[in-house]
Design a binder for this molecule. Structure first.
Ligand SMILES: [Zn+2]
Length: 449
């Protein structure tokens, strides 16, 4: 009698297990994001829809996809779902900082410039573009130490200075070799999307080596040869005006980053937007935020935004000297609080930067693309925002990142939107794994690393 009871019980457990396994094997989707408000400017979508993911790709975006078809379902009611953001001004790796930068004999005593690439995941960013931290001489080092190991997608602008930033050679014009720059871009064209010039000769008198446009002209020469855009960090001076940069020197598709920095005459003395900004836009010049530690002033940003001048792309310029800017979500929140719509800002953080770096396959939720997805909560309240001139602006909107998915993997989910309550976790979660043996005490098998 007892035997039959046990036999029946074992059969029941076996059948239940098989049914469960079959159900999972039959699940059409690995992941179903249900009920979120989708903002996908590349596809002109702004509506409550479900998103299904399988094999790391987006496989369906539609109304009311059945939860029974998915192995994992995440309820995102009340939240915004967008393509993973693209931060086109970010810094990773050493730059030109010598590997022995901390020793007495080092050429330069500056610490490495870059922050970890994966820090960007905390802000819904799935693609960062290094803005010229490395040049032709230091790019391989950056690739080995920071690009190849990142979970976030990393692309790069190559500094026209072969050593890159932070190595004490940024003012050495001989370092700016357009030929070597273009050769390096050709060699790594799957990663390098453009050229960067920055910080060139901002104060000292001109001399035979340091002519006003040396860095700009050499960066442009490389950009033309390699057929990629140039990103400009610039300081106007006598004999080197901002108007000449954006109306004469820059080609259509070139990017002026740090547009709301203190040194640019983007407003006329009476406060009206300088017409050169619109003239440059007409020519195809791109304007980027590149907030940074010293490149964002409300006195420029707020009047410009009020007059309808919003930078084409939003970016952070995160680096080790600059934790004041915090994140893409924080920079977007500043513009939200200036009255720019969330839809508009998501466009300027996804499809626009993707176009600027000529990677139109990024920054969309199109079916068939890699499942790079961000989930945000828009909070209302009283928030303070700061700029690089130590002034503040109050606002009543804030964008908070709730989840970041890269190629289908849930890499950031700090409040556990995709996780079960710990008391309800499967038995495996409550077991102590033997040393070196699986299975580990995990509540699910969804890829999260
Ligand atoms: Zn920068």
């Amino acid at each position: 009698m007892l035997d039959r009871y046990w036999k029946a019980l074992i059969e029941l457990i076996a059948v239940t297990f098989l049914l469960q396994t079959a159900a999972l094997a039959q699940a059409r989707y690995d992941l179903l994001l249900k009920g979120g408000h989708i903002i996908d400017p590349a596809n002109h979508v702004d509506a409550v829809l479900d998103v299904a993911v399988s094999g790391g790709k987006i496989v369906a975006v539609a109304k009311d996809i059945s939860a029974a078809q998915a192995a994992k379902v995440v309820d995102l009611t009340g939240l915004y779902v967008t393509p993973g953001l693209i931060d086109i001004h970010y810094h990773i790796g050493h730059g030109g900082a010598p590997l022995n930068w901390f020793t007495p004999e080092a050429r330069s005593h500056e610490a490495p410039l870059g922050v970890p690439a994966d820090l960007a995941l905390q802000s819904g960013v799935t693609t960062v573009v290094d803005a010229g931290t490395a040049g032709a001489d230091t790019f391989l080092q950056e690739k080995e130490e920071a690009i190849d190991t990142a979970k976030v997608r990393v692309l790069a602008f190559l500094n026209i200075v072969a050593n890159g930033m932070q190595g004490g050679l940024e003012q050495t014009v001989d370092q700016m070799d357009p030929k070597r720059c273009a050769e390096t871009i050709a060699k790594y064209k799957d990663i390098i999307v453009g050229v960067k010039t920055a910080h060139y000769w901002t104060e000292d008198p001109w001399d035979p080596e340091h002519t006003p446009w040396a860095a700009v002209d050499r960066a442009e020469e490389c950009g033309k040869t390699a057929d990629v855009p140039v990103m400009f960090d610039f300081w106007p001076r006598t004999d080197r005006s901002y108007a000449d940069l954006i109306l004469k020197k820059m080609r259509p598709g070139d990017i002026h980053t740090h547009v709301f920095a203190q040194q640019f005459p983007i407003l006329l003395p009476g406060g009206k937007l300088n017409p050169i900004m619109l003239e440059a836009r007409q020519r195809g010049v791109i304007f980027d935020v590149g907030h940074g530690a010293g490149s964002f002033w409300f006195r420029n940003a707020v009047p410009a935004a009020k007059q309808g001048f919003i930078p084409d792309s939003i970016s952070t310029d995160l680096h080790t000297g600059n934790y004041r800017v915090l994140s893409m979500a924080e920079v977007i929140s500043k513009f939200l609080s200036m009255g720019v719509s969330l839809q508009d800002l998501i466009q300027r953080s996804t499809v626009n930067p993707a176009r600027e770096i000529k990677r139109p396959e990024l920054g969309t939720l199109s079916v068939g693309r890699e499942a790079d997805i961000a989930v945000f909560e828009q909070q209302r309240g009283n928030f303070g925002y700061i700029d690089c001139g130590y002034a503040k602006m109050t606002g009543n909107l804030k964008l908070v990142t709730r989840m970041t998915i890269r190629a289908g993997k849930i890499l950031y989910d700090p409040s556990g939107l995709s996780m079960v309550e710990w008391e309800k976790a499967r038995p495996q979660y409550f077991t102590t794994p033997e040393f070196g043996h699986s299975p580990q005490s995990k509540a699910d098998d969804y890829p999260r690393e």
